[in-house]
Ligand binder design. Structure first.
Ligand SMILES: C[S@@+](CC[C@H](N)C(=O)[O-])C[C@H]1O[C@@H](n2cnc3c(N)ncnc32)[C@H](O)[C@@H]1O
Length: 443
């Protein structure tokens, strides 16, 4: 068990970390702009578009989920597979500030202590982008090495993009990695600059079972969604088809009748007229719930999203600007808000869920202000201090990432409602609160 004062000591111990690489400055923040009206811009020819046009001619309209999957992760031409995009087309919080990853690192150590300090844990990051977030978490683990010295820590990255896995390998290991043979679950492995083994996988199903902490930052919003429209004749699925007036362009159409997805994914009590559902996110949550229930650990999911209230959130970004989702697929990031109410439903009560709470509340509760103060005090020049203040504003300002991003946690029920097995059944001492979702007491 770890009393709140001990957990706040974690923050104090981690405060000694210095500023990492130079912080990016002055970038536009096209984070959660309302979807733009679709301009009738011409579709630039490209591998994914050509492939989709052939497919559409042969088999007819595609679901938005099939379209999104091809555009983002087509093995040869998909956006993530080929372009990568983080920093180029959109900016994410780990790229803005090291503080996010540091406080997330403290969250995991705090949960590890609350679980009675198991002898080993895996940190599993889904969709690690450039690897910056894991890098910052690892710096905290290094800073807290005396605490973790008897714990066998390993890193497991789930990444579908060969291009981004190279970037991650460079960031985390300095490029010292080796490819594995086809029959191994991990396609690549290496040792972090801080001496921790790292493995890369194509899917969560390949990651070994065991006590694990999962991290999904801006990952679920990149998974394919189905879109549905209520009509006078009942629910219809939004599909992607060739525009008959411009045979090299795409357009949205409605399915003429219900589809398997309208039958399976629309709840009878639904009140909205337009709904987006991400079944892959649902399957992922079910997998995480089974793993956490069986092996213990926790998951932190951070993303923009809503609690079952929003309607049309599907949008594209290219060069930091909104981009028509149907134009030049494969050249722009496509994304849709995460529906946290759906994730909660898919956990099926196997585990407890906390949140979603706003990023600025989570970071405040985790001690972001104190961390910033220390960084500012230790910054030698005014340019660095200005960058730190800029990054704080990006993370915390309600108009920027502060209110748009949410934190959501999955935990075993025993973490919240039952005493840990080492905990005296008759003890009156309360279970330690989960950091971030309640205040991290600072003494
Ligand atoms: C929007 S980026 C977020 C990157 C990083 N987490 C961040 O916040 O900076 C999405 C990441 O998920 C990866 N990705 C997208 N779809 C994936 C899938 N189906 N399986 C595994 N990785 C995927 C992308 O390649 C990329 O690394």
């Amino acid at each position: 068990m770890v009393p709140p004062s001990a957990r706040s000591a974690l923050l104090a111990a981690a405060l000694g970390l210095g500023a990492r690489r130079p912080l990016p400055r002055g970038r536009p923040a096209p984070l959660l702009l309302a979807p733009a009206a679709r301009p009738r811009s011409g579709a630039a020819g490209g591998g994914v578009l050509r492939h989709l046009l052939l497919k559409l001619r042969a088999t007819g309209p595609l679901t938005v989920a099939e379209y999104m999957r091809e555009a983002l992760t087509n093995p040869g031409q998909g956006y993530y597979t080929r372009r990568g995009g983080v920093g180029q087309d959109f900016v994410t919080a780990p790229e803005v500030s090291q503080v996010l990853g540091e406080l997330i690192g403290i969250w995991y150590v705090s949960e590890w202590m609350a679980a009675g300090r198991p002898g080993a844990f895996q940190l599993v990051e889904l969709g690690p982008g450039t690897g910056a977030l894991t890098d910052d978490v690892l710096r905290v683990f290094k800073q807290l090495a005396s605490l973790l010295s008897k714990c066998d820590v390993s890193i497991h990255l789930v990444e579908v993009s060969p291009k981004l896995s190279e970037t991650q390998a460079q960031m985390l290991t300095g490029g010292k990695v080796q490819s594995n043979s086809e029959d191994e679950a991990a396609y690549m492995k290496g040792i972090s600059k801080t001496g921790i083994p790292i493995y890369w996988y194509r899917g969560i199903q390949d990651v070994p079972q065991g006590y694990s902490f999962y991290l999904a930052h801006e990952f679920l919003d990149a998974l394919p969604i189905h879109k549905f429209q209520r009509t006078e004749k009942g629910w219809r699925e939004v599909l992607v088809d060739i525009d008959p007036e411009a045979p090299d362009q795409l357009r949205f159409v409605l399915s003429p009748s219900s589809t398997p997805a309208t039958e399976n994914f629309i709840q009878p009590e639904e009140t909205r007229d337009h709904v987006e559902v991400c079944p892959e996110a649902g399957v992922l949550i079910q997998r995480l719930a089974c793993r956490i229930e069986k092996d213990g650990g926790a998951a932190l999911i951070a993303d923009y999203g809503h609690d079952g209230t929003k309607t049309d959130t599907f949008r594209g970004f290219r060069n930091h600007k909104l981009h028509d989702v149907l134009v030049a697929p494969g050249t722009a990031d496509l994304t849709a808000d995460v529906d946290f109410s759906y994730l909660r439903k898919m956990a099926q009560g196997k585990i407890a869920t906390l949140g979603p709470i706003k990023q600025r509340e989570f970071l405040k509760n985790m001690g972001v202000d104190l961390r910033m103060q220390v960084l500012l005090q230790n910054s030698p020049d005014s340019a660095t201090r200005e960058q730190l203040l800029h990054s704080y504003d990006m993370l915390m300002n309600p108009e920027k990432m502060g209110d748009r991003f949410n934190f959501f946690a999955l935990l075993p029920h025993r973490r919240l409602t039952h005493p840990h097995k080492e905990h005296d059944l008759h003890s009156k001492s309360p279970l330690p609160p989960v950091a971030g979702f309640g205040e991290l007491l600072l003494k």
